[in-house]
Every structure is written in C-alpha cells, then in structure tokens.
Design a protein around this ligand. Structure first.
Ligand code: PHE
Length: 357
C-alpha cells in the first residue's frame, strides 16, 4: 500500500471517529506498536537504501500529519462534548428574592410628624428642652409652689441633687410634662411667640393607659391680644385636621392646672356602639388635651408684664392621640419593641403626613 492511500484511509477513519474512545482506536490502528504506519516503518529495513530514504521520509511526514489530524479531531470532539453539556446541563442562576426586611415608622414618630406638620402650617415653631429638668422649670416657674398638692399628682421621678448647682436648680427631676420647656423657650424670645415642643415625659405609673415614659406635645402662644377665642379656634382646627374629620364636634370643660387660668380640658365627639369607639359626631365625648390661658404668675416668670402680655398654652399626650387615631388599644405595647406590633401599626417610611393647605 502506498502512503497516499494509507493517508486517505486513516484520514477517513479519523473523521469518522465521533467520540474519544473510537478516536483512540484509530490512533492505535495507525500509530500504535502494531499499527499500520508502524508496520510499514518496520518494512523499511527490507528496502534498498535509495528506496528506504524516500519511503522513510514519506512515512515520517505521514506520521506527523496523522498525529496532528488526530489532535485536531480530539480538540473538535472535546469542544463538541462541552457544547453538548452546556446545552443540556442548565444551571438556573436566578434566586428567588428573599422577602426584604422592611423597617416601619413607629406610630409615635408618625404622630409627631403629623403634629409638626399641622402646627407648623399654623405658624408654630418647634422648640426643645432637656428630659432631666430642675425643680424650677418643671414646677416652681409654672406656679407650682413647694408643697402645692398639684406636685403630688405628677408621680415625679426625683433624681439625686446636682452638687454643682444650688437651690431649685440643684433639685433634679425627670420632667413630668413638656410645660417645663415654656420658661426655657421664653427666656430669649420676643413676643409674639408661637411655639410647640415635643418629647419624652416621665411619671411613676404603669397600667393599660399609663407608662413611666410617654410623650407630650406642648403648645404656647404669647402676644398682646391673645384670648380664649384664639385658643379654642386653634385647637378646634387642630383636632379636625389631625383626626381628618371636618365637622368633628368639640367641647371645653373647666379644669385646673396651676400654670393656666382659666384652665380647660378639651373633648372631641365620639360614639360607642357594640364595644367599638368611633370618633366623630355622636352621643359621647373623649378627652384629648389640657389647655388654658397662661397664668399671670407664669407670664411674670417669662420676664413679661402680665398687664401687657397674655397667651394660651395646651398640652397633650402623643400616645393618646395615636391610640385614638389609629385604634391602638394598649399603651404599653408602644414600648415593648415587638417587631410584629410595629409591622402592624407602623407606617411606611415614604408615607408623608397629609397636607390640607
Ligand atoms: N402640662 C399639662 C399636663 O401634663 C398639660 C397642659 C399643658 C395643660 C399646657 C394646660 C396647658 O397635664
């Protein structure tokens, strides 16, 4: 057999090999110890030197050609096998998204936002004061003289005296109401003043409607001709906006606070049916806040002349407002830090308090 025929034969065997095992068989048939080319090489010895030279060269070339053909066929087969695997063994790399943890805005924060929005639109500025107060700002300046029974009603948390201060300033308490901010805000303010203050307040009490820490919102307006009509109008507008009920009935009942005279408590209309409570026109009333005309003694403590200046003040519990507006039955749950509670009663971070104007 001549080398051209042999090349032809082996080449077609190589091309016909469609997997690595049959290609290996072809390799053994051609180049193995007992293979065809090897066999022909063995025959070279019987040839005369001239013939041997040319035949030897041809066989060497053939050997190299066949080896490289086998190599490229092997490459092709490997690629084919890989392509097949890639086509069949599909791996789904997409992962079902895990439910993302979503934070919620606490009803207290939400309600504070609403209060700032409503009073802000009425022109009240927002003030702050310290949680740790002294006896003067929490009581005396607000017309609670030492020994006054109204002090007892506050279930005050008293702190150890502050040795760096003297007198009333040394007597520290956790503020029992945000009214303590009134004197601080008035110290460097020039009337007319319209301010609100919000924050934590503390009283030693704990049941379904009392927690040792709770939040209040205080309001104060001081000017030369401020009267009870302004107080009523402002608060009526406020509750109607806050509860989003345009014809929400209100009533003012006489009350007592040492720092206001006259003092009142404000109620909003509601109805109670089948154990449920509905805010709005109805046959019943709910107390929502305390208020009054600032007592002349307090105006004096502001550093103003009570014959020239007067004003009104109001204070309300933020939790109470939130409980009524959002139907939250137990005050204590506000502070238990239960994420299921927050998930239920909380607000979307992107939700904004509605704006009427
Ligand atoms: N500080 C009062 C309280 O805590 C509320 C109040 C504030 C009443 C301002 C009248 C005026 O009960």
């Amino acid at each position: 057999m001549n080398t051209a025929d042999l090349k032809q034969e082996i080449t077609s065997l190589i091309e016909g090999a469609n997997d690595m095992a049959s290609l290996e068989e072809v390799r053994v048939t051609a180049l193995g110890k007992k293979g065809k080319i090897t066999g022909m090489m063995k025959n070279l010895g019987q040839m005369d030197p001239e013939q041997r030279k040319t035949a030897g060269q041809e066989l060497n070339i053939l050997k190299t050609e066949i080896a490289s053909l086998i190599e490229s066929q092997a490459k092709m087969l490997k690629k084919q096998a890989l392509d097949e695997r890639l086509a069949t063994e599909k791996l789904d790399m997409t992962l079902t998204p895990r439910p993302e943890m979503q934070g919620k805005v606490h009803p207290i924060s939400q309600t504070m936002e609403e209060l700032v929005t409503i009073f802000g639109e009425m022109g009240f500025s927002l003030q702050e004061g310290p949680d740790i107060e002294d006896d003067y700002h929490n009581f005396s300046a607000l017309n609670f003289p030492v020994g006054h029974p109204a002090r007892e009603m506050h279930d005050t948390f008293y702190l150890p005296d502050d040795p760096s201060e003297t007198g009333e300033a040394a007597k520290k308490v956790l503020r029992t109401h945000t009214s303590s901010v009134q004197i601080r805000s008035m110290a460097n303010a020039k009337p007319p003043v319209k301010m609100i203050c919000m924050g934590r307040t503390y009283r030693s009490d704990y049941d379904i409607t009392h927690t040792p820490m709770f939040h209040q919102c205080e309001g104060l307006m001081i000017d030369k001709e401020t009267h009870m009509g302004h107080l009523k109008g402002c608060l009526m507008d406020f509750v109607r906006r806050f509860f989003e009920i345009d014809d929400l009935p209100t009533q003012f009942r006489p009350s007592f606070f040492p720092f206001t005279e006259p003092s009142a408590e404000m109620d909003i209309g509601c109805s109670r049916k089948d154990g449920g409570l509905k805010i709005g026109a109805g046959d019943s009333w709910l107390e929502v806040l305390g208020c009054g005309m600032v007592h002349p003694n307090v105006i004096k403590n502001f550093g103003l002349d009570p014959d020239e200046y007067q004003g009104f003040a109001f204070g309300m519990g933020i939790e109470r407002l939130a409980m009524l507006k959002y139907g939250i039955p137990d005050l204590r749950t506000f502070f238990e830090g239960d994420t299921r509670w927050l998930d239920h009663y909380g607000f979307d971070a992107m939700a904004r308090p509605n704006r009427a104007y």
